[in-house]
Design a protein around this ligand. Structure first.
Ligand code: ADP
Ligand code: ZN
Length: 736
């Protein structure tokens, strides 16, 4: 190309940093690198933006190009380079890729990386107060309380001290000014001590040793690979991937472990500590602000060697990343269902690819997606076919509920009750699983038939008897349980229909008045600590019968648990969800896998109205692979994932006609290329959510279709939306 700007090369061009900001924007902004300043791609920088300043990341740094939009003399300077290890090329490429895949601006993904803005600034030294010189001090009751709180206790900050003494902060400051308190440096937040990978692990079985060897070799290769650690519950998968973790730690690398439901991982942390001598760094949404900030910095600086967390941990910067483990990879909680609707399991594989490091997907019931990737040779499977130490897999029995003649307020079949009696007599523990919180899922008026519904959602209100309230599990709406029907005002005619875990506990208490019964559901627990305490109590045998929702199903190892009852095994099968059978199978296999993990032979009772359903048949016969083959064939025949691709478009807004009209307009602009079909629009099953009306469209495409460009062109061709929110769900898991 002939040079048409010969004269412009006479002046030296400014070095430009293209700075991506953690805002819903896709394009970085150009700033001038101040002369003498050193900025490399990945530097976290402060830049002028609008009337103020923002922190962003230099996405790339370039000498002035000719095709620039902003002339050199209009560029603003980068204000400051922050004291944070620059984001490496791997995580920047990951951000770009995730944004393009989920069709969101890159700045939104960057915001998930820079999730703790305070962590971008070095921690300020903080001071607390110790004892000072009190001779001649004028004493008041408040002052005396402060001095007592200081004596002998840990060093507290001014605010903490004031709170401990029950006085205003002015009293503390007054004492400090009088010299009666001395300033003392506070201890730094608990460090992230290095795990010791050279501590010996357990002696491994030959199968475990083979799997461990393969994983260690992949860690040593330091290249991208995907391993699937597939083994029955209790096979020792955790022990095996601990060895892979040890191999990475020995190389001085960081390891990221993703677990579903991090709030419940106390047992995992205990095992990690037993193996490696220290607690790892934990990442989840309930961390306190100071811990969050310290953890982010320790991850981003490379100081923390092992990060374990829920899905959002995937976006922590890890400059020395050597290995990623996704435990319970089939778990639906890896899919984020609001904001950026990403799948952390899938994106963990992408992150490993950009980092050129191995990733291990672990499960007793791998997802169909993962199985298909093993079959096509993209993923390598490592198999642990037997439980460790000769423990037997539990016996699984289907109880045909059509043959039970239970009174309307009873939910436990005779077979299950007998088994619970047997467990009591034998001194073993039992567990009842029902994935329904509260007392009853529906309240009905026996006078007029009215069903109590949420005013903001198309959902029934769930009775919570402990709190004597009705609650919506979608939006959090709650009201006191009324005495009279809100519709016909008949008194005393409201009845609770169906069981939740609270109601089961009531039935169990009637049957076993002297048993120690505990209920565990996300809303009966105050937080992760209480959950951990209850799991611990169950492990120690202080609970005879544990009743709970899916929170009790995952990962726990209860040595003395012999009987598991699944109260409504059919619960997940309704609703026409494409993964209903797969998920029900996974969930039930996981619950069942809690039983008989050590010396007792476990028995699992599946209460079902569909004992002939393929899911129940497969569980009873222990024929996982046949079930997976059958499901796979069905998905292939219908071109459903993983053999075809789906993207859902969800429109929502306050006005039903406006949302419906927009949905129809969007449908009219739908792409028509071969290999593509658009289904809908239709009102969503959750047609009303938090006061918003919702419509759905579903794009179904053959595997080879470039889904993202089809979607982008579709949205560009559609009339602009107003008064309507559009959400894009690529690879949807929920169809509500
Ligand atoms: P999974 O993760 O496959 O469900 P775990 O790793 O939890 O299985 O192992 C089940 C139980 O067996 C745990 O208590 C674990 O400590 C124990 N275990 C597994 N492998 C070994 C081994 N090689 N030596 C001693 N105990 C083991
Ligand atoms: Zn609601």
């Amino acid at each position: 190309m002939p040079c048409t700007h010969a004269s412009s090369s006479a002046r030296p061009k400014a070095r430009r940093a293209r700075v991506l900001l953690p805002l819903p924007l896709d394009t970085p902004f150009d700033y001038r690198v101040p002369s003498g300043g050193e900025i490399v791609p990945g530097h976290v920088v402060r830049v002028p933006f609008g009337s103020g300043e923002r922190v962003g990341v230099a996405w790339d740094v370039a000498e002035g190009a000719d095709d620039i939009e902003v002339a050199d003399d209009r560029l603003k300077d980068v204000a400051e380079v922050l004291d944070v290890v620059p984001l490496d090329g791997a995580i920047r490429a990951f951000v770009d890729w995730v944004a393009a895949y989920y069709l969101v601006p890159r700045g939104r993904i960057l915001r998930m990386v820079l999730s703790v803005p305070e962590a971008l600034h070095p921690p300020r030294p903080t001071f607390g107060y110790g004892a000072g010189e009190t001779a001649g001090l004028r004493l008041t009751a408040a002052r005396e309380r402060v001095l007592r709180a200081v004596a002998g206790g840990p060093v507290l900050s001014a605010a903490e001290l004031a709170a401990a003494a029950g006085v205003g902060i002015g009293v503390v400051q007054g004492l400090a000014a009088a010299g009666a308190l001395s300033r003392v440096a506070l201890p730094a937040p608990a460090g992230f001590a290095a795990p010791d990978p050279s501590r010996p692990g357990p002696a491994l079985s030959p199968e475990q040793a083979a799997a461990t060897g393969a994983l260690a070799a992949r860690v040593a290769a330091g290249a991208f690979s995907v391993s699937v650690l597939d083994g029955v519950t209790g096979a020792g998968k955790t022990e095996v991937y601990f060895e892979a973790i040890a191999a990475a730690l020995l190389r001085g690398q960081q390891v990221l472990v993703l677990l579903p439901e991090i709030a419940l991982t106390a047992q995992w942390l205990g095992r990690f500590e037993a193996r490696f001598g220290v607690q790892p760094a934990v990442w989840h949404s309930e961390l306190g602000a100071a811990r969050r900030r310290a953890t982010w910095r320790a991850a981003a600086s490379g100081a923390a060697a092992l990060l374990v967390g829920a899905r959002s941990a995937l976006f922590l910067p890890l400059p020395r990343l050597g290995l990623i483990v996704v435990d319970e990879e089939h778990d639906a909680s890896f899919k984020q269902e609001d904001g950026v609707m990403y799948n952390a399991r899938d994106m963990a594989v992408v992150r490993a690819r950009f980092a050129a490091r191995p990733v291990v997907l672990v499960s007793a019931t791998p997802s169909l997606e993962t199985v298909a990737n093993v079959e096509s040779g993209r993923y390598q499977r490592l198999h642990l076919p037997k439980r460790h130490g000769g423990a037997q897999l539990p016996r699984i029995v289907a109880v045909d509920m059509r043959l039970e003649r239970l009174p309307g307020d009873r939910w436990l079949s005779q077979a299950l009750v007998d088994a619970l009696i047997g467990a009591r007599a034998a001194g073993t523990q039992a567990m009842l699983f029902l994935n329904r919180r509260g007392y009853a899922p529906l309240t009905l008026c026996r006078a007029c038939g009215h069903r109590l519904q949420c005013p903001n959602c198309s959902a029934w209100l769930v009775e919570h008897r402990l709190s004597r309230r009705l609650q919506c599990h979608h939006c959090g709406f709650s009201r006191a349980l009324p005495d009279a029907c809100p519709e016909c005002h008949a008194e005393g005619r409201l009845v609770a229909c169906g069981p939740g875990v609270e109601r089961l506990a009531e039935e169990a208490a009637t049957l076993f008045p002297d048993a120690r019964i505990a209920v565990m559901a996300s809303d009966t627990l105050a937080g992760p600590k209480e959950a951990a305490a209850m799991i611990e109590a169950m492990t120690r045998g202080e609970i005879d019968l544990l009743i709970g929702t899916q929170i009790i199903a995952k990962g726990h190892h209860f040595p003395n648990l012999a009987v598991v009852g699944v109260v409504d095994a059919d619960l997940g099968l309704g609703g026409g969800d494409l993964r209903a059978a797969e998920r029900t199978y996974q969930m039930l296999a996981q619950v069942a896998g809690r039983a008989g993990r050590e010396s007792h032979l476990g028995t699992v009772y599946l209460q079902t109205y569909m004992p002939e359903h393929p899911v129940m048949q497969a569980l009873v016969a222990g024929e996982r692979d046949a079930f997976v083959r059958r499901e796979t064939a069905e998905r292939r025949a219908h071109g459903m994932p993983p053999f075809g691709r789906l993207a859902a478009v969800i429109l929502s807004g306050r006005s039903e006609p406006v949302v419906a009209r927009s949905a129809r307009a969007l449908a009219r602009a739908a792409p028509t290329a071969p290999g593509i079909r658009v289904l809908g629009p239709a009102p969503a099953p959750l047609a009303l959510l938090r006061g918003d009306y919702r419509y759905r469209l579903l794009l179904k495409a053959e595997r080879g279709v470039a889904l993202q460009s089809v979607l982008r062109e579709w949205l560009a061709a559609a009339p602009p939306l107003s008064g309507v929110r559009l959400q894009m769900d690529i690879d949807p898991y929920s169809f509500l």
